[in-house]
Ligand binder design. Structure first.
Ligand SMILES: Cc1ncc(COP(=O)(O)O)c(C=O)c1O
Length: 388
C-alpha cells in the first residue's frame, strides 16, 4: 500500500535535491567553519552563501540571520533574549492565544521570572485585530509576538497592520513564520518586523535547523554562551550540512507554481469535506488561509478515531499540532476560536505539500465520508446527528 502523507504541517519529506546538496558536507567538505585552513573556509563559504539565500528570501541583510536548531530555539531566543535585554525598558509582552506551544511556554516561563504577558484573543476564524493589539500595548511593553500562519487552522495574520501598531508604539515585533515561510509573502520591511522565526523541516529541508532574523540594532541577549558564533547570538559549531540543506530547500520552495498546486488541492479537500453533514471548517476560507492547510470538525465523533482509520488506509493525518497531538486536552487554538471541547475533539487536520497529487486527494476523499458515517453509527450521540 502506497502511503499518502497529509501531515506536512508536522514535518515534510526531505526533497532529494536537498539531500544531494547536503551530502558533501558530511563526507568531503566536513570542515569546521571556524577553522582557518581551506577545508574550514570551504564550510564557512557554504554557511555564508546559505545565509545570503535565506536573508534575501525575506528582504533581510545577511548579518541579520542567526542560524539555530529550529523553530523552538528561535522562538525561545526571540522572546527570552528580548525580555532579558530590555528589562530596563519594561516587563510586558503581548502575544496571542493561538501561538505554538514553544511561544506559549516561553511566555509562561517568563511570567515565572516576573514578566507580565497579555494573551490576545482572536475572532472565530483566528484573526488578531490590530485595534485589540493597540489596546493591549502599554508603556511597559517591550515585544509583541504573533504567529504568521497558524499551524492548526491555517489563519494568516495581517502582519503589516499589526507591525504598524508596534512601530507606532516603538515595541519590537516578532513573528513565528515556521508554517508560512515560502507559502505566503514574508517581507521584513513591508511587514515592519524586527524578529522572524524560520525552520527548514516544514519546507522539505532537514530537521534540527532554523533561523532567527534579528533586525540590525535590536537589543537582544544570547541564551547560549560559548565561542561567539553567529555574531555572538548563538554559540556552537554551525550545523553546516543542515544549513546548506535549509538554503537549498528555500531555493526550491520559492515557486508560485507550488503554492497554486497546494491551493487547488486544499480547496478540493475543503469543498468536498464540507459536503459531509454536520461538518464545519476551522479557520478561514480563501487567500487568508495557508495554501496547504485543511482543518475540519466532524460533529459527534473523535478526530483521533478518523485519523486512526485513515492510518489503516495508509493515509497520515493529524488532529492538530504534532507537539500536542498526544494530549487529551482540547486544542488551545480551537478553544480560542470558540469551539466547545467536544467540537474540538471532532477535528481533523490535513496538511499538504507540493509532492501531493490530485489522485491522492481523490482517494482520501473517497475514504473519509465512509469513515465518518461508520464512526457516527457507533457514536452514543447518534440520535443527535441531523443527517447521517
Ligand atoms: C508554528 C510553529 N512554530 C514552531 C515550531 C517548532 O519548530 P521546530 O520543530 O523546528 O523546533 C513548529 C513546528 O512544529 C511550528 O509549527
Amino acid at each position: 500500500m502506497k502511503m499518502i502523507y497529509l501531515d506536512n504541517g508536522a514535518t515534510t519529506r526531505v526533497d532529494p535535491a536537498v539531500l544531494k546538496a547536503m551530502q558533501p558536507y558530511f563526507l568531503d567538505r566536513f570542515g569546521n567553519p571556524s577553522s582557518t585552513h581551506s577545508l574550514g573556509q570551504e564550510a564557512r563559504r557554504a554557511v555564508e552563501d546559505s545565509r545570503h539565500v535565506i536573508a534575501r528570501s525575506i528582504g533581510a541583510k545577511d548579518h541579520e540571520i542567526v542560524f539555530t536548531s529550529g523553530g523552538t530555539e528561535s522562538n525561545n531566543l526571540a522572546l527570552k533574549g528580548i525580555a532579558f535585554a530590555n528589562r530596563h525598558k519594561g516587563n510586558h509582552i503581548v502575544t496571542t492565544r493561538i501561538e505554538h506551544d514553544c511561544v506559549l511556554n516561553s511566555c509562561r516561563w517568563l511570567e515565572s521570572q516576573g514578566f507580565k504577558v497579555t494573551y490576545l484573543p482572536v475572532d472565530s476564524e483566528g484573526f488578531v485585530a490590530a485595534d485589540e493589539l493597540e489596546k493591549a500595548v502599554t508603556p511597559r511593553t517591550i515585544v509583541v509576538s504573533v504567529i504568521h500562519g497558524n499551524n492548526e487552522i491555517g489563519t494568516i495574520q495581517d502582519l503589516k497592520a499589526l507591525g504598524t501598531v508596534c512601530r507606532k508604539h516603538d515595541v519590537y515585533f516578532h513573528t513565528d513564520a515556521c508554517q508560512s515561510y515560502t507559502k505566503t509573502a514574508l517581507d521584513v520591511k513591508k511587514q515592519k518586523l524586527n524578529l522572524v522565526t524560520l525552520n527548514a523541516h516544514k519546507i522539505h529541508g532537514p530537521k534540527g535547523v532554523g533561523a532567527l532574523y534579528v533586525k540590525k540594532g535590536v537589543n537582544i541577549t544570547p541564551l547560549a554562551h560559548g565561542g561567539n558564533h553567529e555574531h555572538g547570538l548563538r554559540s556552537g559549531t554551525e550545523n553546516v550540512h543542515g544549513i546548506v540543506g535549509f538554503a537549498k530547500a528555500v531555493r526550491l520552495a520559492k515557486s508560485r507554481k507550488y503554492v497554486k498546486h497546494m491551493t487547488l488541492l486544499r480547496n478540493m479537500l475543503i469543498d468536498s469535506l464540507l459536503q459531509i453533514p454536520d461538518t464545519r471548517l476551522n479557520g478561514p476560507k480563501g487567500s487568508k488561509r495557508l495554501c496547504n492547510n485543511v482543518n475540519v470538525a466532524f460533529s459527534h465523533i473523535e478526530g483521533e478515531a478518523v485519523g486512526g482509520y485513515l492510518d489503516v488506509h495508509g493515509i497520515c493525518s493529524s488532529t492538530g499540532s504534532a507537539c500536542s497531538s498526544r494530549s487529551l486536552e482540547p486544542s488551545h487554538v480551537l478553544s480560542a476560536i470558540g469551539l466547545a471541547p467536544e467540537e474540538s475533539h471532532g477535528s481533523l487536520r490535513l496538511t499538504l505539500s507540493r509532492f501531493n497529487t490530485r489522485s491522492e486527494i481523490e482517494k482520501t476523499l473517497e475514504i473519509i465520508p465512509g469513515i465518518v458515517r461508520k464512526l457516527r453509527k457507533m457514536s452514543p450521540l447518534k440520535g443527535m446527528i441531523s443527517r447521517i
